[in-house]
Design a protein around this ligand. Structure first.
Ligand SMILES: [Zn+2]
Length: 657
């Protein structure tokens, strides 16, 4: 991976050695001038001032980012802060096989994690994050599954199997693996490649055993009691796999997690339908299947259709720059653009650390192919040397950064690209639902600057990574399971998945809609199902700059209080010897909104604060500062309570000069 990143760095040398092509250089200058003139002078000045302001802000953000990176390395040490729990898993009857959804329900982009158990042996499946929601995770970065109950079963955890490389399936590994004794992890080649990067950053890679699985290999892996087979599916990140898990009790789970069926994918082979049918013939006790797009009828669009649409626009786009915003894990989308760039003699510029790293891993492992020189790292220097109509800029972040780089481009505070009139921007990814408003804000800015904006709604540049109803049906028909457990997302989507399944012969009583932490046991041979009355008590665990917390703990409560807090700070500047007030008192309040109200109340506070200070000093000249502050605080509290019916936190401060 490092070789490829160095190779991209060397592209800078390529820029140094490049000779000018005067023809296009002139046209570039002229065009740039035209564009610049078209932006009103006034507007430009405003932007310049804004740029200065935001560059200060960016520096500050960079410092914060550094703090975050540093804290990332030590975060795994905080794992011991998972809440203590006295919970014990109920006894598993002899020969029975258990499935527990540790977490994946009732959340968007959930922190997915599941568990199978036979006798004492436990195997865990996936381990992701959930993007922080503002309401119940104040100031958090993200949340992770609560594995407190697993501590005491550390020695029983025989392995971790991972289906694909999305953050909502792998990110929490670095927090949770150390807490549960670093069990051996199994996944396909690309998934292992990406997991390795995160574990290395967290400083725990050397403690892990990672085993690479070929999803085409039909030999089951033996993880203690379980025989597990990985097999090919399609999704929005290459090398995604499903699992066929067999226990000695002859109970079998087909665990799909995120999937779609694409007969013409870009990087992967099509989903292995023949093998799914073969598993169906052998017998599937329960199919756990993706409900994300259960409301959509028909079959999801193939990557090939998207490629055709993208290829056409790359070919036709001969006037100005083409900028594509997508997720860094959507590696097939990048491959599609590389292919088109090679075909029409254009250059790809990659922006964003996560994108560069993911592409480097995919290239090293042979998932992505490119001719030398077609892909370059985006820097202010090397974009200048390519005519705009020959540039394809791929801007991205990880799933949670979303369109932050594009937003910086639109606000002219990106170090390499400023959006100009004539640019075309394609949004080629779906948006986390609660971010839709912020994406519209970016689109507004782009339109104002004169750019053409194409979103997933008005062109064919995007497909989803999840199955529609026809694919869900196909899966049920091929696997022929006794039970179906619709997984992922809110009950609403799982309920519709249930209806789809009932429309094709699955009995209502055989469809299990269950909650996070429910325990479901299956009898050997008969496959009778038993849902335990006991539920694992799971807490909302959040991660912020400082470590791991429970979302309903005192930390969140304190944060909530601070958000609603009313604060008054009053600053006295006084003479060291005479103690006389030297200058007007300074007051800051945080609970008043209307300007008139602020003025009126501030005047009142200053008058009272002055009186209180001067009278006390007069009465007790050698009073200790802490006592003096106490008196001022009490006087002001009484006044504010009487006049405004509020009880803010009051902080008087005395500076002697
Ligand atoms: Zn996924």
């Amino acid at each position: 991976m490092k070789d490829f990143l160095n190779e991209l760095d060397n592209e800078l040398n390529w820029v140094e050695n490049k000779t000018w092509d005067t023809n296009w250089n002139n046209s570039w200058e002229v065009k740039k001038e035209d564009i610049n003139n078209s932006i009103k002078k006034e507007e430009k000045q405003q932007v310049e001032t804004k740029k200065k302001q935001v560059s200060k802000k960016t520096n500050r953000n960079n410092q914060n980012k550094k703090r975050y990176d540093d804290s990332n390395n030590v975060m795994w040490k905080f794992v011991s802060r998972f809440p203590e729990t006295k919970f014990y898993l109920p006894n598993l009857r002899e020969g029975y096989t258990r499935y527990v959804p540790i977490w994946w329900n009732d959340e968007t982009w959930a922190k997915n994690m599941g568990m199978v158990q036979y006798w004492d042996d436990i195997v865990l499946i996936d381990c992701g994050l959930q993007f922080a929601s503002w309401n119940d995770m104040l100031w958090a970065n993200y949340s992770i599954p609560d594995v407190s109950f697993l501590w005491k079963y550390k020695n029983n955890i025989k392995g971790f199997v991972v289906t694909h490389a999305h953050l909502d399936h792998i990110w929490a590994l670095k927090h949770i693996l150390p807490a549960i004794g670093m069990p051996t992890l199994y996944a396909t080649k690309l998934t292992i490649g990406i997991i390795k990067k995160w574990l290395e950053e967290a400083g725990i890679l050397s403690k892990m055993t990672l085993i690479e699985i070929d999803a085409d290999d039909t030999t089951p892996i033996k993880i203690w009691a379980f025989d597990i087979e990985f097999f090919r599916v399609n999704h929005s990140v290459p090398d995604s796999a499903w699992l066929y898990i067999k226990s000695p009790g002859w109970v079998t789970f087909m665990h799909t997690w995120d999937f779609k069926i694409d007969l013409t994918p870009r990087i992967d082979k099509p989903a292995d339908l023949a093998r799914i049918w073969a598993f169906g013939e052998k017998g599937v006790t329960m199919l756990l299947s993706d409900s994300t797009w259960s409301i959509r009828k028909g079959h999801s669009k193939s990557e090939e259709e998207v490629w055709n649409a993208l290829d056409e626009i790359v070919q036709k786009h001969t006037r100005w720059r083409l900028i594509v915003a997508t997720f860094s894990s959507w590696i097939s989308r990048v491959q599609q653009l590389i292919d088109s760039a090679e075909r029409y003699d254009k250059t790809i510029f990659l922006s964003g650390r996560s994108m560069l790293e993911n592409i480097a891993i995919a290239k090293e492992l042979g998932y992505i192919k490119m001719k030398p020189g077609v892909v370059k790292k985006m820097t202010p220097k090397n974009t200048e040397w390519i005519p705009p109509h020959k540039q394809i800029i791929i801007t991205t972040g990880s799933q949670w950064e979303e369109f932050s780089a594009l937003s910086r481009m639109a606000e002219w505070r990106h170090n390499a690209v400023e959006i100009l009139k004539g640019d075309t921007i394609i949004f080629s990814s779906s948006v986390v639902p609660w971010n839709e408003k912020s994406v519209v804000t970016i689109i507004n800015k782009l339109i104002k600057l004169g750019a053409t904006v194409i979103t997933k709604d008005d062109w064919e540049f995007h497909t989803w990574g999840h199955a529609f109803q026809d694919e869900q049906k196909m899966m049920i028909k091929l696997a022929k399971p006794k039970y179906l457990m619709p997984i992922y997302w809110d009950l609403y989507f799982r309920h519709i998945h249930k209806q789809t399944a009932m429309s094709i012969w699955i009995k209502q009583e055989n469809i299990l809609l269950i909650d996070n932490g429910n325990i479901v046991d299956f009898a050997p041979k008969t496959w009778n199902v038993f849902k335990s009355r006991i539920k694992i008590p799971l807490k909302q665990i959040i991660i912020d700059w400082y470590g791991i917390w429970i979302a309903d703990s005192h930390v969140i409560k304190a944060r909530e209080k601070m958000m609603n807090a009313w604060v008054l700070v009053i600053n006295y500047k006084v003479d060291k010897k005479t103690k006389a007030i030297l200058w007007h008192l300074k007051v800051e309040t945080r609970w008043l909104a209307h300007l008139e109200e602020v003025r009126y109340i501030h005047r009142m506070i200053i008058k009272k604060a002055k009186e209180s200070y001067e009278n006390t000093i007069k009465d007790v000249p050698d009073i200790e500062e802490k006592d003096l502050l106490k008196i001022i605080r009490t006087d002001l509290e009484q006044l504010i309570l009487k006049r405004t019916d509020r009880e803010p936190m009051i902080i008087p401060m005395i500076t002697e000069v």
